[in-house]
Design a protein around this ligand. Sequence first.
Ligand code: ZN
Length: 331
Amino acid sequence: MGEKYDNLVLGIDLGGTKILTAVTNKQGEMLSRDHSVTPAKEGQEAVVKSILESVGRALDQAHIAASDLTAIGVGAPGLSNPETGVLFTSPNLPGWKDVPLRDIIGKKLGSKAFLINDANAAAIGELHFGAGRGTSNFIYITVSTGIGGGIIVDGKIYTGSTGTAGELGHMVIDDDGPKCNCGNTGCWETLASGTALAREAKDRIREGMATSILQYADDNIEKINAEAIHEAAQAGDKLANELIAQTAYYLGVGLANLINIFNPEVIVIGGGLSNIGDMLLKPAFEEAGRRAFKPAYQAARFARAELGRNSGVLGAAAFALNKLKEPGNKL
Ligand SMILES: [Zn+2]
């Protein structure tokens, strides 16, 4: 067994719709990877059972036993405390409240486990193995149904006093804006996410505005998503282009706030909506440039996330290894 098999870590990326597990080494090479569906509606026990089944398959694929693992890193959606390993609450996991997820998983598998927010895990993944390599101050955002984020300061994830920092999607951009799932109004993700883009399109169509967007959504208004709007925009649809420009504007307003507050070296952008590419991102960066302080804006570089769906699972594993190195933990 060579270096490839040193410090094997299990990464778990628990999402509201999918569970991804992988056995990785400290270089971020995946020895195995398993993908399954999260039975979120069936409740906590069913989800934990599904996680453990997925872990079993990932271990089998890697031809190792749980006892061969150095550590386990769990990335989970919602608010959690990485110090206590408790998941407070999660909009994607209905009914979960103050769940000691770290210890549940750690005990079942007989290995040291660590818990971190899923977007923070993705930021750590990009820091070690993706677009943040070689930098120590960067902001990661993932723009899809919502906006998630992670703040890396001096090479470490910033989690705040009780672990819930980095909820970038919930900075208020328009205090009179749309109602957010969090209970507030006008949060960034209510204005600049894929959900926001689709909602605006549906509203305009219901108002009777002429557009070809429906053609890209099987003529079904409920099926309108960011992808359909992007396709319509590429085909020259006026409304689709206006809506993407509006989303870019709000994305840029939020980016300017992040640049002014954190003065990052890099802002890494991932998530499904970022796949629209330059049509969305270029005007967003320009808007940020009009609003942010010049020296901070000029110092910041924008980069697309590199790890795709693997950022969370690789980051959760890297987080576990980092935590083991801290005083009080044995590697
Ligand atoms: Zn919110």
